[in-house]
Design a protein around this ligand. Structure first.
Ligand code: HAM
Length: 427
C-alpha cells in the first residue's frame, strides 16, 4: 500500500472542521488562567475598597459618539483601534476601548444626586484593534480607579498611592517598579512658545509619548516639524509636580520620579499624568497609566467636574507577576479539596452520595466517575493538588466504613463518614 503524506480525504476533512483557535488577539481562559485572573481581580478589588472606592460597571457597548466628541477624542484610537459597527437600528456602536468616557458619562448623568468627592472603581474588559504583542492584546481588562470632584493635589497623591499599594499587595517590592510623573499643564507652560503654532501641543505631546517606541533620528525629524527653528526644549519640574512627589514621599513612597517623557496618549488629560513601569527590563510596556482630566464631563453639558484616575491592565499585571515570581503556587491549583474515587461504575452513585454529604458541610468536593483505573485516578488527584481522597469499592459500600487519605501527609483515617468530617476540615 502506498501512503501519501496528507491524503485528499484528510485535506477535505481539515477544511470541513473549524479551527479551535480563539479570535486573533483575545484570550481563552482555561481553568488555570482563570484562577490567576480571579486572583488578580480580587486583589485589585480588595485594595481599591480599602481606599474607600465603590464599584460600578457599564455595558461594553457605547454609542460611537462618546469617543468622537470634543474633549474625549483620540484620533489614533477612534480611527484605527476601535471595533465599531452599525446596529440593526442604524446606530453607530463601539465596543468600549477604555472606561474613562463611560464613567464620565455616568457621573455627569447623576451629578445632582451624587455626593462629591466620589471614589469609584471598576474592572471592565476593553477592546482595541491593536497588533497583538507582549503586553498588548485586542481584549484586555483594566482596574479603573477614579476620583471625581477633588481638584486639590492630595487627590493625585492618594490615587498614585493606591496604584502603588495595589502592586505592594501582590507582594511586589518598591524596587521592582517605578512611578513616572509629569504634568501636561507643565508641558504646555514650557513648550507653547517653542511650538511653531500653539495648537500643535497635542501633536507634540503624542510625539513625546511615542519617543521610546521610535528611533532617535525619527524623533528629531518629527520634532523639527513642530518646534520653531533654533528653539531648544528643556522641561523642568514645577511646583505642582513637586508637591505630588513630596506628598508621596511623606506617605512612604520613594519610587516615584519626575519624567518629562510621560505625556499619555489621550487628549482629555489636563494636568498630572503618570505611568508605572516594571524595572526588570522584561516588560517594557507601562503597567498602568492615568492622570487628571478636568474637563471631560463638559461634553455632557453643565459645569465640568474634575476627575483623576488610572487604568491598570491585567495582561501587563500578569507578565509583571510572572517575571517577579509573585503568583503563589496555591492560586494555580483548581482542584477540589476532596476527590471521591469509585473503583468501578457500580460505586459511582454511592460516591455521589458521599460527595453530596461532604458538600453540605461547605467543603469543595468532586467525584472521579471516569473509567480509568483506580491507580490513575489517585495519581491524577495528587497531581491536580487535591488534599484528600476517598476510594470507594464494594467493601466500603457494604460496610459503610470509609478511608480518607491526606495526600499531603499520607495519613489515613477509617470510620463512618460522619465521624471523619472533622479530618476533612483542614485548610
Ligand atoms: P491606557 O494607558 O490606554 O489608559 O491604558 C492603561 C493600561 O491598560 C496600560 O498601562 C496597560 O496596562 C493596559 N492596556 C492598554 N491597552 C492595552 C492592550 N491593548 N492590551 C493589554 N493591556 C493594555 C487608559 O485606558 C485610561 N482610560 C486610563 C484612565 C483611567 N485614565 C483615567 N482614568
Amino acid at each position: 500500500m502506498h501512503y501519501y503524506p496528507l491524503s485528499p480525504t484528510i485535506l477535505l476533512m481539515t477544511e470541513k472542521y473549524l479551527s479551535t483557535d480563539s479570535y486573533k488577539g483575545v484570550r481563552d481562559f482555561y481553568p488555570e488562567d482563570m484562577a490567576i485572573q480571579r486572583y488578580i481581580f480580587s486583589t485589585w478589588a480588595k485594595t481599591a475598597e480599602r481606599y474607600g472606592f465603590e464599584r460600578y460597571d457599564a455595558s461594553i457597548l457605547e454609542p460611537s459618539a462618546l469617543y468622537k466628541a470634543k474633549g474625549a477624542e483620540n484620533e489614533e484610537m477612534v480611527n484605527e483601534q476601535t471595533y465599531t459597527f452599525i446596529d440593526r437600528g442604524d446606530r453607530e456602536v463601539t465596543l468600549r476601548p477604555e472606561m474613562t468616557p463611560s464613567v464620565a458619562r455616568m457621573v455627569a448623568g447623576q451629578r445632582h444626586e451624587l455626593s462629591f468627592p466620589l471614589r469609584w472603581y471598576s474592572i471592565p474588559n476593553l477592546f482595541r484593534y491593536e497588533r497583538p504583542q507582549r503586553g498588548r492584546l485586542r481584549e484586555h481588562c483594566q482596574l479603573n480607579c477614579d476620583i471625581f470632584g477633588a481638584s486639590h493635589y492630595t487627590a493625585d497623591v492618594e490615587l498614585i498611592s493606591l496604584a502603588y499599594q495595589t502592586l505592594i499587595d501582590f507582594g511586589a517590592k518598591p524596587d521592582m517598579f517605578e512611578i513616572r510623573v509629569n504634568s501636561r499643564k507643565l508641558m504646555q507652560e514650557q513648550i507653547s512658545d517653542k511650538l511653531i503654532s500653539p495648537d500643535l501641543l497635542p501633536d507634540y505631546l503624542r510625539l513625546v509619548d511615542k519617543k521610546a517606541k521610535i528611533s532617535n533620528d525619527e524623533f528629531i525629524k518629527e520634532e523639527k516639524k513642530l518646534i520653531k527653528d533654533g528653539a531648544s526644549v528643556a522641561i523642568v519640574i514645577n511646583d505642582k509636580v513637586s508637591q505630588v512627589l513630596q506628598g508621596l514621599i511623606s506617605l512612604g513612597i520613594q519610587n516615584a520620579k519626575f519624567d518629562s517623557t510621560i505625556t499619555r496618549g489621550f487628549n482629555y488629560y489636563t494636568d498630572t499624568v503618570f505611568e508605572v513601569f516594571d524595572v526588570s527590563g522584561e516588560n517594557n510596556r507601562a503597567m498602568l497609566g492615568g492622570g487628571r482630566y478636568d474637563n471631560l464631563t463638559e461634553m455632557f453639558g453643565g459645569e465640568a467636574i474634575s476627575g483623576i484616575g488610572f487604568g491598570m491592565g491585567d495582561v501587563t499585571m500578569r507578565d509583571f507577576l510572572e517575571t517577579h515570581k509573585l503568583i503563589p503556587e496555591y492560586i494555580r491549583s483548581t482542584a477540589p479539596h476532596v476527590i471521591v474515587i469509585p473503583m468501578t461504575e457500580e460505586e459511582n452513585m454511592p460516591a455521589e452520595l458521599i460527595a453530596q454529604h461532604i458538600r453540605k458541610a461547605g467543603i469543595t468536593v468532586s467525584t472521579d466517575i471516569g473509567i480509568r483505573k483506580v491507580g490513575k485516578k489517585i495519581g491524577d488527584a495528587s497531581t491536580r493538588g487535591a488534599r484528600f481522597i476517598i476510594v470507594i469499592g464494594e467493601n466500603e459500600v457494604s460496610s459503610k466504613q470509609l478511608t480518607i487519605k491526606n495526600l499531603l501527609s499520607g495519613e489515613e483515617h477509617t470510620g463512618e463518614l460522619g465521624s471523619l468530617m472533622n479530618y476533612l476540615d483542614v485548610k
